[in-house]
Design a protein around this ligand. Structure first.
Ligand SMILES: *Cc1c(COP(=O)(O)O)cnc(C)c1O
Length: 450
């Protein structure tokens, strides 16, 4: 499979190049040239398959030309060492729980898959003496922990996690500062935007790129966002299983609702839809950062500075994967802006919630159903409550374990939520970090010495 750039000014790349480089030369995002539909038989039998085997089928569809089949199976099986169950929360509304991975966030799936795929490419080239690949990642909390844990111990790769000093929660911080080995936490005296600027400047600095091989591990990377499609297929299978077993609600159409920030997660679901996943429509649930919501309403895309909210992993004012969605539904620029907007709104609707509404939803859901939502999942749940029509069944992604936002959740619900053992184990480790100013000269000097 070849990958082209959404900006159309860079040469097509093979999968290895797309994964190792992350971003195309023209700063565009890589897109697969073809999205093959999966055969009818696969969907007929899907409820009899395990999560891992469903994922392996989906992965083969994308990566099968470029990765040896046995190796791909190992990568998929090894990535999915945990389950993503579908749980009924209220009538016709199901939570797709994506928080059972090592850092309790859905980003574990993409991060683990990317780490293993990159490791595979490096081993395959062994002897080419290219040296270590260095992954730079800026984080406001969640991405850093998933990426650091996904890449922990993978040979040939070193990860630098840049985070703003004093601005991530203690639980989040310990998830990437206590690991050691091939993970270095860089504690930047500044805000998240400084971290992101340092990373972007590093990618553009020629001298630094001659000195070391750099790549990015956020959701612009095809190896990180595409594997997220796995769990949508699995959710469909598990629902089908429940419905086949109960012989009820057979004819209901399925709505998928995704709490969105950079729109990588929903983008993978849309790729799944192109592969034939029987979903009738999608809802992108936002917090107060409503740039895409406004686009869906007006057809105008106007990026803004992000606003801080309770659901902070969705505080994005210019979602990077929006370009992928536009490219997909414009058929790589064949359609006009108006036609593209029409195609997008025929399939996707939006929702936006203030912090006050998020709190209200969390309280009400807990009172009525006993289910503890985290602030991100709350946006998804409420969007289904508000938007589900007769004859539909809705699944929303619960993207993080509520204990990751313990102080907020306890405070809002008046409970004392238990911290899972996995999270406690991180909190017992010893913090190690490199202190850094927010000046690129200092960061570059540091990297030049590595
Ligand atoms: C990253 C994240 C999101 C947003 O996902 P995108 O792929 O950026 O849209 C939502 N919830 C949580 C908990 C996250 O960590």
């Amino acid at each position: 499979m070849k990958y082209y750039s959404t900006n159309g000014q860079a040469p097509v790349a093979d999968l290895e190049k797309a994964v190792v480089k992350g971003l195309a030369e023209d700063r565009g995002l890589y897109m697969p040239e073809k999205i093959h539909r999966l055969p009818k038989q696969f969907f007929d039998d899907i409820h009899t398959l395990s999560f891992r085997d469903i994922a392996y089928n989906v992965a083969s569809n994308f990566f099968g030309d470029d990765v040896d089949m046995d190796a791909l199976q190992d990568i998929v099986y090894d990535t999915l060492s945990f389950d993503c169950p579908v749980v009924e929360v209220s009538p016709n509304i199901y939570a797709l729980e994506l928080f059972h991975g090592p850092t309790l966030a859905f980003k574990d799936v993409g991060a683990r898959f990317m780490a293993r795929l990159l490791g595979y490419f490096l081993r395959r080239r062994a002897g080419a003496a290219d040296g270590v690949v260095n992954v730079l990642v800026a984080t406001s909390g969640d991405t850093g922990s998933a990426v650091a844990n996904g890449f922990l111990g993978v040979e040939g790769i070193h990860v630098y996690v840049l985070y703003p000093k004093g601005k991530v929660s203690p639980i989040q911080e310990c998830q990437f500062t206590t690991l050691g080995q091939n993970i270095t936490a860089v504690e930047v005296d500044g805000v998240f935007d400084d971290c992101q600027r340092l990373v972007k400047s590093a990618f553009m600095d020629e001298e630094l790129n001659r000195h070391m091989r750099l790549t990015s591990a956020n959701s612009i990377n095809v190896a990180r966002f595409l594997p997220q499609a796995f769990y949508y297929f699995n959710a469909y299978a598990r629902l089908k299983e429940q419905i086949v077993n109960s012989k009820s609600s057979n004819s209901k159409s399925l709505v998928m609702c995704v709490p969105s920030g950079n729109f990588g997660n929903i983008c993978s679901a849309l790729f799944g839809h192109q592969m034939g996943l029987p979903v009738s429509r999608f809802i992108a649930a936002n917090n107060a950062n409503d740039v895409v919501y406004q686009y869906l309403k007006t057809g105008k895309y106007e990026p803004k500075a992000s606003i801080q909210t309770l659901a902070n992993a969705m505080d994005v004012g210019d979602p990077s994967n929006f370009a992928r969605i536009v490219n997909l539904y414009s058929k790589n620029g064949e359609l006009t802006e108006e036609q593209t907007h029409k195609a997008i709104t025929a399939l996707i609707s939006g929702a936006t919630y203030s912090d006050e509404q998020i709190k209200q939803t969390m309280k009400q859901c807990y009172k009525e159903t006993g289910y503890v939502l985290d602030p991100h999942g709350a946006c998804g749940y409420q969007a289904l409550k508000d938007g589900l029509r007769d004859g539909e069944i809705g699944v929303f992604c619960e993207t993080a374990h509520p204990a990751k936002f313990k102080e907020k959740v306890d405070d809002i619900l008046g409970i004392d939520i238990e911290i899972p053992d996995r999270l406690k184990a991180f909190m017992e480790g010893e913090k190690q970090s490199v202190e850094m100013t927010n000046s690129f000269d200092d960061f570059k000097a540091y990297l030049m010495k590595q």
